[in-house]
Design a binder for this molecule. Structure first.
Ligand SMILES: Cc1cc2nc3c(=O)[nH]c(=O)nc-3n(C[C@H](O)[C@H](O)[C@H](O)COP(=O)(O)OP(=O)(O)OC[C@H]3O[C@@H](n4cnc5c(N)ncnc54)[C@H](O)[C@@H]3O)c2cc1C
Ligand code: FES
Length: 279
């Protein structure tokens, strides 16, 4: 890695997929091929992406480390940096530093069934673990994979190709999708993610639930899981707190004695319950 952890490595945007009107997935490749080898990211980790002349933003690495030689980031246009990033084209240069944070405890998940519950752009961090687990080299170490994903509308569904063409066709893998309200062209489920979860009612037996999405969705998903008998140790989520340095130095992201950038962003529900009440 670089001499200073705060200096980004230069990367080139090699592909851009328009996921929705305000979300794009950027494929990025380090200009120095040796950097990728040392980068060594794990599912659930984040990176600081810099757009030169504008600044940096924390973005989850959405590609699985099993997809080698590149990184993917799915970015929602919400403000200054993300807006400028959305204007970049293939071939543009950006900076990447990381990987930062802990990762999904994929070793502890071995032998278990996995239930992924995502909403909106919240599928981005989950996708790195889903693709890791579903990769041929890892698949026999995990049980059944269930993916429940919801978005506001059809247009707001991210990763359509993964959901409707890839994951749903894999053995021992089920995909449920829903949108908030009815639309003429939509023949699938309509309704909010937590209600759909209760309808599907996946048994907690030998299962780990991993959820990520807007705070309101997470709140009701956690209630639904509790009602269905999931213990706090069986539920994993991620916390999003504005980050700056990413390395536990600036004090921007702490929750009590924990730093989201180094202790998180992945936490088990029992760990979150030990945090100050505002989280
Ligand atoms: C651990 C972690 C993982 C993340 N992963 C992703 C990802 O995969 N894809 C993605 O698009 N974004 C992700 N984010 C959020 C992303 O970092 C911010 O949205 C981004 O920094 C906004 O930059 P900006 O300069 O464009 O917006 P700003 O101008 O900084 O903000 C624009 C608006 O967005 C709000 N905002 C900024 N940051 C956040 C935040 N963290 N949570 C909620 N609201 C915020 C601001 O309050 C403001 O209203 C992640 C954040 C964290 C902490
Ligand atoms: S981002 Fe600086 S301490 Fe966490």
């Amino acid at each position: 890695m670089a001499d200073s952890p705060l200096i980004p490595f230069i990367a080139t945007i090699t592909d851009i997929v328009d996921e929705t009107g305000d979300v794009k997935t950027f494929k990025m490749v380090f200009d120095d091929p040796g950097v990728m080898e040392k980068f060594n990211n794990k599912p659930g980790q984040v990176a600081q992406i810099s757009v030169f002349g504008t600044g940096e933003a924390t973005i989850s690495i959405t590609s699985s480390p099993t997809r080698q030689g590149m990184l993917e980031f799915s970015v929602k246009k919400v403000g200054k940096l993300t807006e400028v990033l959305h204007q970049l084209e293939k071939g543009s240069k950006v900076g990447i530093r990381g990987p930062y944070g802990n990762h999904f405890p994929y070793h502890d998940m071995q032998g278990k069934d996995l239930l992924f519950i995502g909403g909106g752009i919240g599928l981005a961090p989950l996708r790195s673990l889903i693709d890791f687990v579903l990769d041929e080299s890892n698949r026999d170490q995990y049980g059944k994979v269930t993916i429940l994903y919801g978005a506001r509308s059809m247009d707001d569904l991210c990763f359509k190709q993964d959901l409707f063409e890839r994951w749903c066709r894999l053995p021992d893998t089920e995909v449920f999708t829903t949108i908030d309200g009815p639309e003429d062209a939509w023949t699938g489920h309509v309704g909010f993610v937590p209600a759909y979860l209760e309808e599907i009612a996946p048994t907690p037996k030998n299962k780990i639930a991993i959820t990520c999405g807007p705070p309101i969705m997470i709140k009701f998903v956690l209630q639904a899981l509790e009602k269905m008998g999931y213990t706090d140790e069986q539920v994993i989520t991620t916390l999003e707190l504005k980050m700056k340095c990413g390395i536990g130095k600036c004090g921007r992201c702490n929750i009590g004695s924990k730093f989201v950038c180094t202790d998180g962003p992945v936490f088990r529900l029992d760990q979150i319950k030990e945090m100050p009440p505002e989280y």
